[in-house]
Design a protein around this ligand. Structure first.
Ligand code: SF4
Length: 382
């Protein structure tokens, strides 16, 4: 693989991020331009962004700050205007998400500068960086950036604060609107109606020096990409959603013979971790395909294993105090049956400091280790 990235091709955070995640996937997507089939979450996310763009433009054009009833109509109009790759069920999901969004958001017409706002920065006469901001407000020397997230997983405020993409948005706003010197970014998790603002307090802002490392990051990434010639695969969490797994050169190296696998060095351990990431990704794709088959055709049996949708009986007592009372009345001691999960306890003590003090005296640490992988880098949609 000796291809090089053409420096006249525009850069963006999405490209930097993919290069960092896996140079081989970057090459497939941006140099070889191998067509990819977008995943359902990506299609859903793109459609929600498109509807919100049209909704904000509708509000601005009609000089109103909110118009809850128009959102489902806009969603339907866009859905039926062209193929989206989504189903009628997806449309219902989008309508539910966006109706909740419209019920809790108003558009500040005085500061609104645009939706899906394209900003470009010409670093020199050959290199350009682009970014698209979901919703941008300019208020004097302040840029307010709203980024819509359709992820199911919420992020912590600390993760949001470290997010280089958001710093790039701020830095690009500075290049595009030179009068801007202060910034606030809001991540709007539209599925949950949760907005994480950085900085957290209304009326406070990030100063220019807090986002200036975006400049160093952008220039550094450009240098790395332009110097890259090997485009080595980098198996990891990204393999699970990689569109190029079929042609990934690392897949060829996932054979490890039979018998016990002995790992004797850091390098072998890293290679084994890489292979597991790839095998997990392939296993997930196979299971997804088999699920679709079994959903329509029923269970499939092979070599003593029956794959399919097997019912797991699950009985639960929702009225626990009522059950305890009834059992005691009948002369039974059920205390040994009752267990309080770590999650339940954490939730309850978070709500009640008095309970936390009591729990401290009763808690017994049953922590254990299990062999598994955990993500070290958060995912995102475009
Ligand atoms: S499958 Fe994994 S290692 Fe291979 S190209 Fe995709 S992300 Fe990279």
């Amino acid at each position: 693989m000796t291809a090089a990235y053409r420096r006249t091709t525009p850069y963006s955070f999405t490209r930097f991020d993919l290069f960092e995640t896996c140079p081989a996937a970057f090459r497939f997507k941006y140099i070889d331009k191998v067509p990819e089939t977008p995943s359902r979450p990506l299609l859903l996310g793109s459609f929600i962004h498109e509807v919100l763009e049209h909704y904000n433009k509708h509000l601005y054009g009609n000089h109103v700050q909110t118009d809850v009833t128009s959102l489902p109509l806009i969603a339907r109009r866009l859905f039926y205007a062209k193929p989206t790759g989504l189903t009628g069920n997806d449309l219902a999901e989008v309508e539910a998400i966006l109706t909740r969004y419209a019920g809790s958001h108003i558009l500040n017409l005085n500061t609104y500068a645009g939706s899906e706002e394209l900003m470009r920065w010409d670093i020199d006469d050959q290199r350009t960086v682009w970014c698209k901001v979901d919703e941008l407000h300019i208020d004097g020397d302040i840029a307010l950036i709203n980024d819509f997230k359709t992820d199911h997983q919420l992020r912590t405020r600390a993760e949001v604060g470290r997010d280089m993409q958001l710093k790039i948005y701020c830095w690009m706003a500075k290049q595009h609107y030179p009068q801007v010197n202060r910034f606030a970014v809001a991540l709007d998790f539209v599925r949950h109606g949760v907005v994480l603002r950085v900085p957290a307090k209304e009326g406070t802002f990030l100063e220019l020096d807090a986002v200036a490392d975006a400049d160093t990051y952008i220039r550094g990434m450009i240098q790395l990409i332009e110097a890259e010639r090997k485009w080595e695969p980098k198996p990891g969490a990204g393999c699970a959603w990689c569109a190029y797994i079929d042609r990934c050169p690392a897949i060829r190296d996932t054979s490890f013979g039979s018998g016990r696998v002995v790992i004797a060095s850091d390098a072998e351990a890293a290679a084994a971790a890489n292979q597991l990431a790839l095998l997990d990704a392939q296993s997930k794709r196979l299971k997804d395909g088999l699920k679709v088959w079994c959903n329509a055709a029923g269970t499939v049996e092979s070599n003593g294993l029956a794959w399919g949708f097997h019912l797991t009986p699950s009985l639960r007592i929702d009225d626990v105090p009522g059950f305890i009372h009834a059992a005691r009345e009948a002369g039974h001691d059920v205390s040994e049956l009752l267990a309080i999960s770590t999650d339940d306890l954490r939730r309850a003590t978070r709500r009640d400091a008095g309970l936390e003090a009591i729990a401290d005296d009763w808690l017994v640490d049953h922590s254990y280790t299990s062999f598994r992988s955990v993500k070290t880098k958060g995912g995102d949609d475009e």
